[in-house]
Design a protein around this ligand. Sequence first.
Ligand SMILES: Nc1ncnc2c1ncn2[C@@H]1O[C@H](COP(=O)(O)OP(=O)(O)O)[C@@H](O)[C@H]1O
Ligand SMILES: [Mg+2]
Length: 373
Amino acid sequence: MSTGSSQTPNIAIAQDLEAAFALFVDASKALEEQQLALQSQISQLSQELVEVNGRLSSLLNALPAGVILVENQIVIDFNPAAIQLIPDLKKGSFWNIPKSWKSSTTVGEYHQKHGQTEQILQVHQIDSSVRSVIQIQDITASISSHAERERVNRLAAMGKMSAGIAHQLRTPLSTALLYASHLSDEKVGDDQKRLFADRLKKQLMNLEKLAGNMLLFLRQRPQQMTNSPLDDLIDEACQAIQAICDERQIGLNLSLQSSGSVVNVEKQSIVSALIAILENALQVTQSGQSIAVTTIALQGRVQIMIDDQGPGIAADMMDTLFEPFSTSRITGTGLGLSIARNAIDSHRGEILVSNREGGGARFTIILPSLIEL
Ligand SMILES: Nc1ncnc2c1ncn2[C@@H]1O[C@H](COP(=O)(O)OP(=O)(O)O)[C@@H](O)[C@H]1O
Ligand SMILES: [Mg+2]
């Protein structure tokens, strides 16, 4: 047995072990510290998450609009405003628009009986994979204030209209009466009578057109709303003036940057509004010049711009342009733009006018649009 020779390696092993152990202790201390740091980070993050969640809940609770969170078509959460609108809403139930809500003519809008009154609700759904956020807004007040404003405007306009009607009717009527009196005059020959009869007919046709335009001006809300691609409306309006453009060598430049946009409109009234603006543009456009029609799709809206190269809107016409009987033309009725504005207003749109820096006028129409196809 050689105890002397085995002692040295034993000491060495013991020393190695001691060093390894010290390393292990250091490493586990470091690990422990790291874990502690990690844990405190986790608890800090959890705390923050709780706070954010709390803030989000108070925000949702304070929102006047109803908000419903849906996953795989199942209701997982909602705020108090949602319960106000849908009292029997329950977590875990299948999400559907309540049966008692009636679809309105505008997509995403519903009517529901609320006691004696009728509520108008607007529903927006934002989808991301299996989750959806459904936002429901009571827009009854904003719609009725819009309708009230329209009514007050119309009443004020009617006052001015009475004066305008008298003015507009007087000339063609007295001319027509003059022709009629010639017809019953025995001294007037047959050829002359035929001529007067023709002129009388023309005057009466003008009067009929004027009466038709006045009725259009007084018309209430649009009746038959349909979903129409915006491009179709532009196309139809442009076709109505194409022949005149060709004959007078006026260019019609279309730049339709909203292809796919769909609007919910009473088609004929919007097309007529566009034609009224295009006709005005034609009246100030010389041969060789052009009219530009541009469309742009914005968030939930479309914008149509009609630019001409005429002299622009006269300063004294700017403020009254859209009022009935406001005209600077001898043969004008001043009804074109007022009917156009009524039509656009009743679609909850907007019509604006400006003179362009480079000369000429710009009419801008903004209409609410549906989701792009
Ligand atoms: N593109 C335009 N450039 C210059 N003035 C315009 C233009 N469009 C309309 N106006 C002005 O607005 C007035 C009202 O137009 P409108 O309501 O269509 O009636 P009318 O064409 O019968 O005069 C016109 O008489 C004219 O003074
Ligand atoms: Mg006109």
